[in-house]
Every structure is written in C-alpha cells, then in structure tokens.
Design a protein around this ligand. Sequence first.
Ligand code: AMP
Ligand code: TRP
Length: 327
Amino acid sequence: MKRLLTGLQPSGDLTLGSLIGGIKQSVAYQNEYDSFIFVPDLHAITVPQDPTLLKMRIKKNVALYLACGIDPEKNTIYLQSENLYHTNLSWILECHTYMGEANRMTQFKDKSKNRENVSVGLFTYPILMAADILLYDADFVPVGIDQKQHVELARDIALRFNNKYGDTFTMPEPLIPKVGAKIMDLQHPTKKMSKSDEDVKGILFLLDEEEVLRKKIMAAVTDSDNKVYYDVEAKPGISNLLTIYSCLSNMEMKEVEEKFKDSNYGNLKKEVADLVVETFTNIQKKYQEYMSSGIVDEVLNQGKMKVQEIAKQRFEEVTKKLGLGRY
Ligand code: AMP
Ligand code: TRP
C-alpha cells in the first residue's frame, strides 16, 4: 500500500483553508493509502509563539483532525517534536542542500518580508519538512499549492542523496487539490486565507461561532458587477465564494455556477454562510466530544511509538551510509 503523509502547523487555529486545502484531502485518501498525519510543532516555532497557546493548539488541532473525519484507526497520528529523528535527519539533509536551492524558496521570501529578526529556522524550514517526508518513505504528500515547492525540494534532496549513497529515500509526490488549492481571505480575495494573519475579519476559523461566521461571510469583499460567475482574475471575491461552496458541497464548479447564475451577491453569500455554518457546527460538536475524552493523548501515544520505530531504522541506515558513528 502506498504511503501518504501530511502535516498541519499549529501556528494558528485551523481555518476553512486548512480544512479544504489539507484535512479534506487526507480524509478522502485515508481508505486508499497508509496515511500518516502529524502536527509539525517544530515548524511553528520558526516564528515567535506563545508557549501556552502553542501547547493548547497542538491538542486542539489533533481533536479537530479527528472531528473533521480523520479516522485514528486508518491514520498514524503523531507530534513532530516527540520524535527526535526528524531534527536529526534534517541536519543531515541540510548538509546535502545547496544555498542556491534554499534561497529559491518563495514562502521564505513572503514570510520574511515584513518581519524583523527573521530566524535561521524560518530559512531552513523546508529542509526540516523534507526530513518529515523522507523519514517515512512517503509516496504522496497532500498540500496546498503554496507548499508544492517544498515537496519538490524534498525530491531534489532525495535524488541527490540516492545518487551519491545508493537507493535510500522514496521520491515523494505532492498532491494538490484541483479546486480549493487556495482559499482566499474574504477581505483580501487575492491573498491566501492564512491562519497566522493578525487581521481575522477575512478568516473563517473552524471554531468560530455561528454569528461570527455569518458576519464574516456577509461582509466578504466582492465587486460591483452583480453577476455571479467564476473568473478568478476579474472576480476574485465571487470566485472564492463559489470555490468554497463547490468544495463544501462536493459539487462541480459548473453545477455551482449554474445554481447561482440568477442569484444576487446577497443570496450567494447567504447560501455559502448556511453551508459553512452547517459544516462547522458538525465539526465543533465532535470536537467538543474529543476534547473532553482522553482520546487525543491515546492516539498520540500510539502514533509516537509507531513512528519512532520506523524512523530509527531509516535513520540508522542513513548514518551508516554516511560513515557516521562507530558501528
Ligand atoms: P496550514 O493550515 O497553513 O498549516 O496549512 C495546512 C495545509 O492546508 C497545507 O497543505 C496548506 O497548503 C493548506 N492550506 C492552508 N491554507 C490554505 C488555503 N487558504 N487554501 C488552500 N489550502 C490551504
Ligand atoms: N509546511 C507545511 C505547512 O505549512 C506543514 C508541514 C511540515 C508539512 N512538514 C510537512 C506538510 C510535511 C506536509 C509534509 O503547511
């Protein structure tokens, strides 16, 4: 069975973007693949975090994965920081990555742009991500389009390593959703809806209350043309709402366009709001149940034991090939 692996950073509360671009894909694939899903908490500290909030989010995120339909029987679920082989392998991969390659990562350029005191960790972040992937022989890595370049870097590093030391790492392939690869901010529909943004007006958080969700959607920025159809360039706001509807209803974009072709913007927004509220209310109910049971810790303990065992073997193989250590 092919292996699938993905991670969602606990750098902010999960959003509709995380659900559509990340979790939904994993749920769809969990019957088909041996699925690994983890919390990359070490990636979160590449930018400043409040320790208390971070700790809370880690558990919240796992409870949310489960609430969104990630089945703990079918997935291996774990924390990155509980398996030291991630950082150990990351160091080795750093020594096999060229500055030129790391310098080309566009997410670093975006994230470091308006920030003071950018950490070295933010720069080497994609290499830790390569370690996350290569440690477990992942065949497929479902990610949003913004992460595609990082998975490609993991492939380049794997290929270089394999060529130099013999076949070691599996070549991972990114899986990008056709629709919904990029859910946009409702207030700035040409910008990704990002869970770590400070301005939350355009962001739908999975744990937002109904009234808040409705308010944010009804206030979504559109245009003055008042015709509903899909055109990302000319109508980014309306196209984003249509994309959200299409992803949550599992309807093709053509059908969604047909459904709303005679609607005004107010109607479209109301229907999108109803669907988002229905989806999120279901998730929130399950989330509360998981948070008040001991299941999150149980799942993480099981995951930890399993992945440490796998990673140990892989890591020993790597160090042996490199000539590290004594044996
Ligand atoms: P994040 O929630 O930013 O850690 O991302 C988790 C996964 O969801 C990654 O694969 C992202 O590429 C994806 N993702 C995050 N935000 C969005 C978004 N606004 N639209 C689509 N995918 C997203
Ligand atoms: N960098 C990813 C993100 O921000 C999270 C991540 C870390 C990840 N390691 C990974 C995703 C490995 C897939 C595979 O979304």
